[in-house]
Design a protein around this ligand. Sequence first.
Ligand code: AMP
Ligand code: GLY
Length: 428
Amino acid sequence: MRILVIGGGAREHALCRSFSLDPDVTALHCAPGNAGTAEIATSHAVDALDGAAVAGLAQEVAADLVVVGPEAPLVAGVADAVRARGIPVFGPSAEAAQLEGSKAFAKDVMAAAGVPTARSYVCTEPAQIDEALDAFGPPYVVKDDGLAAGKGVVVTPDVEEARAHALACERVVIEEFLDGPEVSLFAVTDGETVVPLQPAQDFKRAYDGDEGPNTGGMGAYSPLPWADPKLVDEIEQTVLQPTVDELRRRGTPFSGLLYAGLAITSRGVRVIEFNARFGDPETQAVLARLKTPLAGLLHAAATGQLAEFPPLRWSDGAAVTVVVAAHGYPAAPRTGDPIEGLAEVAEQDAPKAYVLHAGTKLDERERVVSAGGRVLSVTATGSDLGKARERAYAAVGRVRLDGSHHRTDIARKAAEDAGDAGDAAGDH
Ligand code: AMP
Ligand code: GLY
């Protein structure tokens, strides 16, 4: 199978890595890619938002499957443009991608499908904003309606901060605060059949102890030793399947990756948000444990054959991903800094720990330099979370990037609560 991956973040590097290990994959292309994907896939310079250009490239490389990684091309209709040429695509249509592209649309679908989520108001006028903030009280949850790369959401006890963010948005969703731990659950779907992957947890805030601003995600781990073993079945039945059924009923079936961001509250599971693509950094941790070859799974989804697909196989143990972010991320990331230590990780830590590139590129001297806010992520596997953490952080310690920062507490509480030793004993 010849595969073209669209995008250039750590998620796309993780997808490319899984494809590169899949015996069914005979050719791997990535556009635009990054310095990491370039090591395992052929890079192509293409505007990922230009459907005609992506479809043309897919034809040129005779792709059997195109996988669209990020949300912006999906919302722009890139999957539709490729599908129109008869090439199987993993990724929803522009209409179905509105599930991520518009929070108001997602709320409407959930209401129609009976999917549990936070109560909310959609506001466009200052008077409505004040009314909604008053109705819920603190802590306030204020969300820009459109795509904002994970940065359009403000959760704050400060009513003035909440109001200021709401007034800065053209259309804003103000909603009830949900307490309880967050879970990210991904499902592969062909618009009818839903195949959930294993759950993960993301760390959205920039600094240790969940301090600082919201980010695209600073780390993740999977599975969740603290979660009820029936949680995935429950989410499939109450959230994923009804949402997929509702979109099909509307004549806009959702085929691709349905990502449910959930809060496990004292009153049960509630959807925080949907995304229309693999999450970053959760994908790095989830795919690290998927034993079923990825190409066949995504091709089955793209061609409407998931009902016949055999059950997924997972490796035992755990995976942890730690994001290394640029100086100044998320407010004002600095780019162009050289990254060192990557060869040391490849020599000393692989294959159980490895670097997945996100915002990187090769400069004119062929050095790997930073080119984005989340620069790279280190993913490690282990027999338990403690062991996976230890390996991930050992590798993070070898990566040198001036001014960079990372969280030191990814999966720490979960590992401690599970009683993982987290020392070097055993598991070699
Ligand atoms: P979103 O972009 O909708 O995923 O929101 C980003 C982050 O804001 C989430 O991962 C949560 O940590 C937080 N958040 C969003 N909505 C709520 C809510 N209703 N209650 C509590 N926290 C929320
Ligand atoms: N990790 C959050 C996201 O991918 O949106």
